[in-house]
Structures are given as C-alpha cells and as structure tokens.
Design a protein around this ligand. Structure first.
Ligand code: SAM
Ligand code: GLN
Length: 288
C-alpha cells in the first residue's frame, strides 16, 4: 500500500499521515519530521519534496502502520542524554531504566571502580554508568551477538572503548574477578504474560530479552545467586524487576540468607528495582 502515490507538498503529507495513523496533526508532524530526520519547521521550507524522499517516507510509514517501533525504523533511541544507535532485533531501552541509572548513582555506598553489566542490549546502561562514574571500568555482556555489535557501536561512538569492555556470554559464564557493582535489566516478563504484551513488543522486539520464564524470575534468581561470587564484599547488585515478582523474590532472598536488600519504586509508583548488598541509608532494611 502506498500512502501517497505522487509527490505532494509537506502540508498534504502531514494531513494524510494524520488520517492514516489516526493521530493529531501535531503528532503527524513529529512522526514525519522524525522519519525524514529534519526539525519540524524545516520540513515546511521545501515546498516540493523529491520522489526519492516520498518513496522512502512511504516505506517507513508502512512499517509504522504494521506496528514496527519507530526506533527500529530510525535506528535511533534517546536514553537520558545519549542518542544511541539501535539495531532491529535489540531490546529498546525503556523509561524506567533511565530512572534506574539515577537510583544506582544515589544508592551506591562507594564510588565504584569496577562495574559488570549483564544483558547490555544496545549498551544504554553501560554508556550511562560510564558517565555517572567516570573512574569506573565496565564490563558489559550479552548473549545476543546482535546486541554485542550494537553495544560496541554505541561504546565506540561515545569514545568509551578504553573503559567499557564488551563480551558475549551467558550470564556469568567465563567471567572472572569481582566487581563493585553488578547491574542488570534482565528478561523478567513471565512467559504466560508474553501473549498479552503490545504487538509492537511481542512481534518486533527479541523474545530473548523479555521472557523471564515461569513467574518471570528465572534470570533474576540466577543473577542474585551466581552474582554473589562476582560482587565485592561491600559492593551491590542492582536488578530491574517487575512489581508482581516482589513477594516471590523477597521469599527467595530470605530463604537464601541475603539479609541486606531493598526494593525501590519507579516513577509510576511500581516496585521495580532490587538492590542487594551495601545500599546507602538502607542497610539491613528489607524494605518495600
Ligand atoms: N540493558 C538493556 C536495557 O536496559 O535497555 C537491555 C535489557 S533487555 C531487557 C535484556 C538483555 O539480556 C537482552 O539484550 C538479552 O539479549 C540479554 N540476555 C538474555 N539472556 C541472557 C543471558 N543468558 N546472558 C546474558 N544476556 C542475556
Ligand atoms: N518492561 C519491559 C517491557 O515493557 C520488559 C523488560 C524486561 O523484561 N526487562 O516489555
């Protein structure tokens, strides 16, 4: 299907996009400006749009109509202050993970010299933490080769190659040494909930990044259990979780004698972040 058969001017294109995608004119302007990578006002400066741009725009709008996330079409994603490249097939960083970075900065009791990130995806957490902790050396891992390539590109772009090392591996397999902070946003959606995720997530984002197994805690529990050997004695583990998993995880932590942990809420009031180990002002508080 072609949204516009012949070259139109920008005003007409925006009108058609607004109708086709059932969005307001303002939103349509934003979509078109994003897709042609121009500021909104500038796109109205050229009265006639060449046929190549129209063809490309048609193709991208068609993908958008099919539910492809806009980040996979533009191959860009904004995460905090960083404009990252995102490859189709790599998990798109979420808003809640931006706040996770702030909490890690606030809750660590020491300035970390070494950080391990498990499941880095496009490298959003690693790139951000490298700026929050300019003295830290970071190891960022992922099991997905596409994610490893994607993270490497972003790390290169931000000139972090001498501070962030990327490694393809399954959780802690092959990793040696101990770190001040171990951080992860692992797959944590319970398998049974995958069918009810939005189409743009379940049809286009990698299931490997999202499926946390039965009850969603398969990776979280392994991270905590196996991470113990890889975290320094006064270090901490910081893991993103789902609110529905709080009771299961609390039980798991108590049963396995992890006495110092806190679970923090996200900006929407949902319990979302688990910190195990030395955490500022929260020692010995199994709070949530
Ligand atoms: N850190 C990124 C972020 O916050 O946007 C990506 C998080 S995504 C929810 C989870 C990541 O874990 C995916 O990139 C996925 O490929 C990776 N992953 C899944 N299973 C893994 C495993 N066994 N070992 C290492 N990484 C894994
Ligand atoms: N919150 C994510 C979603 O919207 C899932 C993140 C995860 O599993 N780490 O799909």
């Amino acid at each position: 299907m072609s949204l516009f058969r012949t070259s139109k001017n920008m005003r007409e294109i925006v009108k058609i996009v607004s109708k086709e995608l059932q969005i307001t004119r303002d939103e349509a302007e934003l979509v078109v400006a994003t897709l042609i990578a121009q500021p909104r006002f500038e796109m109205y400066l050229n009265e006639k749009i060449d046929s190549e741009t129209v063809a490309l725009l048609n193709m991208k709008l068609q993908q958008l109509k099919e539910g492809v996330p806009i980040e996979y079409i533009t191959k860009k994603v904004q995460f905090l202050d960083y404009q990252l490249v995102i490859y189709p097939g790599v998990f798109i960083p979420r808003l809640e993970t931006e706040y996770f970075i702030e909490l890690i900065g606030k809750l660590t009791t020491r300035t970390p010299k070494t950080i391990l990130e498990i499941g880095t995806g496009c490298g959003a957490i690693a790139v951000s933490l490298a700026h929050v902790f300019p003295e830290a050396q970071i190891v960022a891992t992922d099991i997905s080769p596409t994610a490893i390539d994607n993270a490497s590109e972003n790390i290169r772009h931000y000139n972090l190659r001498d501070r962030v090392t990327v490694a393809q591996c399954d959780l802690f397999a092959g990793l040696t040494g101990q770190f001040d902070i171990i951080v992860s946003n692992p797959p944590y959606v319970p398998t049974s909930r995958i069918p009810s995720l939005p189409k743009s997530v379940k049809d286009f984002e990698p299931i490997l990044a999202i499926d946390g197994g039965y009850q969603g805690v398969q990776f979280i529990e392994r991270l905590v259990r196996e991470g113990k050997q890889h975290v320094k004695s006064h270090g901490m583990m910081a893991i993103e979780i789902d609110e529905d998993e709080v009771n299961i995880l609390r039980q798991f932590l108590v049963t396995n004698s992890f006495r110092t942990f806190v679970i923090k809420k996200d900006l929407f009031g949902r319990f979302r972040y688990l910190f195990v180990g030395d955490v500022k002002n929260e020692k010995s508080k199994n709070s949530h």
